[in-house]
Design a protein around this ligand. Structure first.
Ligand SMILES: Nc1ncnc2c1ncn2[C@@H]1O[C@H](COP(=O)(O)OP(=O)(O)OP(=O)(O)O)[C@@H](O)[C@H]1O
Length: 695
């Protein structure tokens, strides 16, 4: 894959990406977390790169979100989705969902989304997901007690390449091997020619070593599993809790069993013999010291209790020969001495839990020759220590090789397991979003080219002209209310429509709903409605309500913006909220009528919210549809509205309804009141007069 052909990826970024293990997979999978692990690439940039790769794959020209408000809607729905992810991975991954005008992209995500919404987001699964993170590559492993040896320069280079964890030494002959064996616990000779050579120490002849690195350096697979143990365990938990254990090609029980035998530092846990040897080697010095004390206490007590009778000649010879008390000991207290040494040996063997061979070495630490105080033999102690350490290493090596052999084949399975758990988080976020906002998958009415080609907005316009969008029982996800408190809204537009209605009737919310449905649908995701049908759009232009009258400069640029918009067309969806406030009402109506005409002629789909619908309709050179959000009545002085617009119906405005309300409250009064000789208009008459003007 030519990385530089991805939009937004230059030479430097392409170089950074090629540092990744498998950049193509990461890009194809939208794996933002992995992309962001390339040097110098932030998460935001990684998400843009992933989107760029998707755009290139689907030949997507981009630019669907054509205005600030359209981009805001996208960010808002995206953050609602993100809030429902558990892992940082999934939060980044959802950033790769973006509205695309390409049918192939929409359908690709739709397949994923359909599967997603069938999932049940059980709280136990969400909890289990908390421990899942992308797998880490272990740091460099160095093993110092083992080395490789060869006589051959070429094999030397191959060995360094294949097994960088060990040092590789060049030797001339068996003599060289013997020297190495003195410095390393294990020497692995790579040359066949060494077969049968006997050298002191642990020297193995393994011509196949480079092909079986996991046997030679079991530390390699173990380091991978040790570094990722908690993440893999969490992923196992996720699969079990979600009942998905059968969906992955991985033996969860075997993997779990292997992981349970692994310590975080890559050593093997749970082996009694290794534990015994480790403790014995570590505690040897302290135990020998205590054994000395045991012997001496014993002997001291014995001496204290003893009445030693010594003949004068003996005493004389002792004094004359300068003999120490030792010879007296051996003669008079031989039994006590033997008992004291036996106690010391027994203590040492018991406390270190030594086996028969080790016990034999341990006995030599305390000699049979009587002395007082009893002292250890340092050489014998060192020999026992060497034996314990060597046995410990042999045992640890054997266990590592066994565990590595058990786990080595599970590496791919573990990777898949973690990947699947992370993807499940994305799926569950979509499922929860769909559940929380009452969503369904939208139905697209595809045009002939489906937006799949490079020709842009070609296609079967005849089909599209009659298909804008239809929303049934839609609830805007941007309303800050619980789902139950939101009135479901139906709305359908084909071509260009004006939307009139009472103040606070929900016109802006309806535009937000429409924009959310259209953006989510083009992302390939479920939309917040009981049913939604729409055509494929090329772009969405959503203009929020303009605050206050614009000055001449701002007005000019706004009109220019609309001139641009009027050029485009057939595949555009244009949503505009109360544009009239940009200038005085009469002029506004004319401008809006002009824009609508252009959009109508171009075949665009548009909804313009306006309080000037009537005036605009009169000025427009075509029969523009006017829909209305109506007040159905007054409840405790408040207008109650039907939030679904009535088609082809100009809704009465709020002031009119208020006057009507006042007129009803005042009742009728035909009498003419005299006031200082002149006749005045009564209150009911005044309201009636106002009402007539509204007709
Ligand atoms: N479908 C709905 N269900 C429940 N409440 C809604 C709904 N639509 C809108 N509302 C409520 O009505 C309020 C006003 O809505 P909105 O701003 O969309 O009305 P509007 O017609 O655009 O008002 P204006 O004419 O003042 O611009 C919202 O803040 C929201 O609380």
């Amino acid at each position: 894959m030519d990385l530089e052909s991805i939009p937004g990826v230059g030479e430097k970024t392409a170089r950074a990406l090629s540092d990744l293990d498998d950049p193509e997979r990461a890009l194809r999978a939208g794996d933002v977390a992995t992309i962001a692990s390339a040097p110098g690439i932030t998460q935001g940039r990684a998400a843009r790169i992933a989107r760029g790769a998707i755009r290139r794959e689907h030949d997507d020209p981009g630019g669907f979100l054509a205005t600030d408000r359209a981009r805001e809607i996208y960010r808002e729905v995206l953050s609602l989705l993100k809030e429902r992810t558990v892992t940082a991975y999934a939060a980044q991954r959802v950033e790769t969902f973006y509205p695309s005008p390409r049918r192939s992209r929409i359908e690709e995500v739709q397949t994923f989304a359909r599967e997603s919404i069938s999932r049940e987001a059980d709280p136990a699964i969400l909890e289990a997901l908390e421990g899942v993170e992308p797998l880490r590559t272990p740091g460099d492993v160095r093993v110092r007690e083992r080395c490789l040896a060869t006589t051959d320069a070429e094999r030397y280079s191959a060995a360094r390449e294949a097994i960088p964890e060990l040092s590789v030494e060049v030797v001339e002959d068996a003599q060289g091997l013997a020297e190495l064996a003195r410095g390393y616990s294990t020497v692995i000779a790579l040359d066949e020619s060494f077969a049968g050579v006997t050298v002191e120490g642990d020297v193995q002849v393994r011509p196949d070593a480079l092909e079986t690195p996991a046997e030679i350096v079991p530390e390699r697979p173990l380091a991978f599993f040790a570094r990722n143990r908690d993440r893999i365990t969490a992923a196992i938990d996720v699969h079990r809790t979600a009942g998905l254990a059968d969906e992955v090609d991985c033996d969860l029980d075997a993997l779990e069993d292997g992981l349970s035998r692994l310590e975080p530092d890559g050593t093997v846990a749970g082996d009694d013999e290794l534990d015994r040897l480790t403790v014995a080697a570590d505690d040897l010095d302290a135990a020998v010291g205590t054994a000395e004390t045991v012997a001496n206490d014993h002997l001291r007590d014995a001496i204290r209790e003893e009445d030693v009778t010594i003949e004068g000649s003996d005493l004389l010879s002792l004094v004359e020969r300068g003999a120490g008390v030792d010879s007296l000991l051996s003669r008079e207290l031989a039994d006590e001495f033997a008992a004291a040494v036996a106690a010391a040996r027994e203590y040492l063997i018991d406390s270190l839990d030594l086996d028969a061979g080790e016990a034999e070495l341990a006995r030599r630490i305390f000699g049979d020759e009587p002395t007082f105080p009893v002292e250890r033999d340092e050489d014998a102690t060192a020999r026992l220590r060497e034996e314990l350490v060597a046995a410990k290493e042999r045992r640890a090596g054997k266990l590592k090789r066994e565990l590595a052999a058990d786990l080595a084949d599970q590496r791919d399975g573990a990777r898949e397991l973690v990947r699947a758990a992370l993807e499940l988080d994305v799926e569950l976020a979509i499922a929860r979003f769909a559940e929380d906002f009452g969503c369904t998958m939208p139905e697209f009415v595809w045009d002939a080219d489906g937006g799949g080609g490079s020709g842009g907005s070609g296609g079967d316009t005849a089909t599209n002209a009659n298909t804008g969008f239809t929303i049934e029982a839609g609830r805007s996800p941007l309303l800050d209310e619980p789902l139950e408190a939101i009135d479901p809204v139906d709305y359908e537009v084909a071509g260009v429509a004006l939307l009139s209605g009472v103040n606070s009737g929900g016109k802006t919310s309806l535009l937000d709903l429409t924009a959310s449905v259209v953006v989510l649908a083009h992302m390939g995701l479920p939309v917040p409605a009981e049913r939604a049908q729409l055509r494929r759009f090329d772009d969405l232009h959503y203009h929020a309500k303009t605050q206050g009258t614009l000055d001449a400069g701002a007005f000019e640029s706004t009109v220019r913006e609309f001139a641009d918009l009027a050029q485009g067309g057939e595949g555009s969806l244009v949503l505009v909220d109360e544009l009239e406030s940009i200038t005085e009402p009469g002029a506004s109506a004319k401008i809006i009528a002009g824009i609508l005409e252009a959009l109508h002629e171009n075949g665009a789909t548009a909804v313009f919210v306006s309080h000037l619908a009537d005036e605009i309709r009169e000025m427009a050179g075509f029969a523009v549809t006017v829909d209305g959000i109506e007040a159905v009545g007054l409840v405790e002085g408040e207008l109650e509205v039907n939030r679904s617009p009535v088609k082809n119906h100009l809704a009465r405005s709020t002031p009119e309804l208020i006057v009507e309300k006042l007129a009803t409250e005042a009742g009728t009064d035909d009498s003419v009141r005299a006031n200082g000789g002149t006749e005045t208009v009564s209150e009911p008459q005044f309201y009636d007069r106002l009402l007539e003007k509204f007709e």
